[in-house]
Design a protein around this ligand. Structure first.
Ligand SMILES: Nc1ncnc2c1ncn2[C@@H]1O[C@H](COP(=O)(O)OP(=O)(O)OP(=O)(O)O)[C@@H](O)[C@H]1O
Ligand SMILES: [Mg+2]
Length: 285
C-alpha cells in the first residue's frame, strides 16, 4: 500500500469523497536505490492484444560528466484500444518516453515492440514510414506550419503517405469537419484560436487513420472550456477504437482516462493507477 492518507479529498468532479489505498498487488518491490516502490511489469489478463511494449528501455542524453539518464529500465505495455495518461514531475521522462513510443527518438538500450514488431533496430526510413502510417501526434504548442492553411496542414501527412491529391483534400476536409472546423478550412494558424489550432492539429494527427494517438500535454496551452472540447474529442477517438496515450500535469485531465502511468526520475513508479489512486499519489507528489 502507498498508505492511506487519513483525510478527505473533496473533488469538483466525480464525487470521490475519500481516496482508496493502492492495492499491494500493484506494487512489486521497494527499490532501495531510489527508496520508492517499483511498478509490477504488466501482465495481460484479458485477451486484448498489446500495441505498445517497452522492455527495459533506457535513454541517456550526452556522455561522460554531462550525461543525463532520462529513462532507467522502463517496462511498459499499452493494450490496443486503451486510453491512458502519463503523469509525473517535470523532468521525470514523460516526453522522452513519448518520443520513443512515437519513433521520434531511439532508446539507448532495451527493446520497443509496436504492434508486435521489434522496431528498436529499424533503419530511419522504415521508422518514418511506421510513424506516418500508425501514429498521430498532438503537442502542447500545436506545431502547425504557420504559412499553410488549416486544410494544407492536415493534407501534409498524406503527401508522405503517397495519397492522391483529390483524396488528400477529401480526407482533410472530412477530418476538419469532424473537428467542427468546416468553416475554417482556409484560415492560417494565426487566424485561429488556440482551441481551433489544437483541433487542426488533432485532425492532422488522425487523417492517416492511425492506430495510436500520442498527445504530449495537449491541453497545457488551452483555457478550461477548450480543454473540455479537446478531451471530448479524445474520448470519441477512443470510442472509435484508437489507442490514446496522453501526457498531462493536470489531475482533472488525467482523470478522463481509466489508467494512469506515473513516472519518477526516469522510472515507471506505477503502471496502472485508477483515477482515484492517481489523486492519492498526486497529493503526495
Ligand atoms: N535533448 C536532450 N538533451 C539532454 N537532456 C535532455 C534532452 N531531452 C530531455 N532531456 C533531459 O531528460 C530528462 C527527462 O526529460 P523529459 O523531457 O522526458 O521530461 P518530462 O517528464 O517530459 O518533463 P516536463 O513535464 O517538464 O515536460 C530531463 O532531465 C531533461 O532535462
Ligand atoms: Mg515533457
Amino acid at each position: 500500500m502507498v498508505g492511506g492518507l487519513g483525510f478527505t479529498l473533496s473533488l469538483s468532479k466525480g464525487g470521490v469523497s475519500r481516496s482508496n489505498a493502492i492495492p499491494a498487488s500493484k506494487i512489486l518491490a521497494v527499490n532501495p536505490s531510489v527508496g520508492c516502490r517499483v511498478a509490477k511489469p504488466n501482465i495481460n489478463h484479458n485477451m486484448k492484444s498489446t500495441l505498445i511494449r517497452l522492455e527495459d528501455i533506457s535513454k541517456v542524453y550526452g556522455t561522460g560528466n554531462t550525461a543525463v539518464h532520462a529513462l532507467n529500465h522502463v517496462n511498459l505495455t499499452v493494450d490496443d484500444g486503451e486510453y491512458c495518461s502519463i503523469m509525473g514531475a517535470s523532468g521525470s521522462g514523460k516526453s522522452t518516453t513519448m518520443n520513443v513510443i512515437g519513433c521520434l527518438d531511439r532508446p539507448s538500450d532495451g527493446r520497443y515492440y509496436l504492434d508486435n514488431q521489434d522496431i528498436s533496430q529499424l533503419p530511419n526510413e522504415q521508422l518514418a514510414e511506421i510513424r506516418n502510417r500508425k501514429i498521430g501526434f498532438v503537442f502542447q504548442q500545436f506545431h502547425l506550419l504557420s504559412h499553410l492553411t488549416a486544410l494544407d496542414n492536415v493534407m501534409l501527412p498524406m503527401i508522405y503517405a503517397g495519397v492522391s491529391v483529390d483524396e488528400r483534400k477529401e480526407r482533410a476536409v472530412t477530418a476538419l469537419e469532424k473537428m467542427g472546423l468546416g468553416s475554417r478550412l482556409h484560415n492560417q494558424p494565426n487566424q485561429l484560436s488556440g482551441g481551433q489550432q489544437q483541433r487542426v492539429a488533432i485532425a492532422r494527427a488522425i487523417v492517416n487513420n492511425p492506430r495510436l494517438l500520442l498527445a504530449d500535454e495537449p491541453t497545457g496551452a488551452l483555457d478550461s472550456r477548450t480543454v473540455r472540447e479537446v478531451l471530448d474529442i479524445f474520448q470519441e477517438l477512443h470510442d472509435d477504437g484508437i489507442t490514446v496515450v496522453m501526457v498531462t500535469h493536470e489531475v482533472e485531465v488525467a482523470r478522463e482516462s481509466k489508467r494512469i502511468v506515473w513516472f519518477r526520475d526516469g522510472e515507471v513508479i506505477y503502471s496502472h493507477l485508477t483515477p482515484e489512486e492517481m489523486l492519492e499519489v498526486a497529493v503526495k507528489a
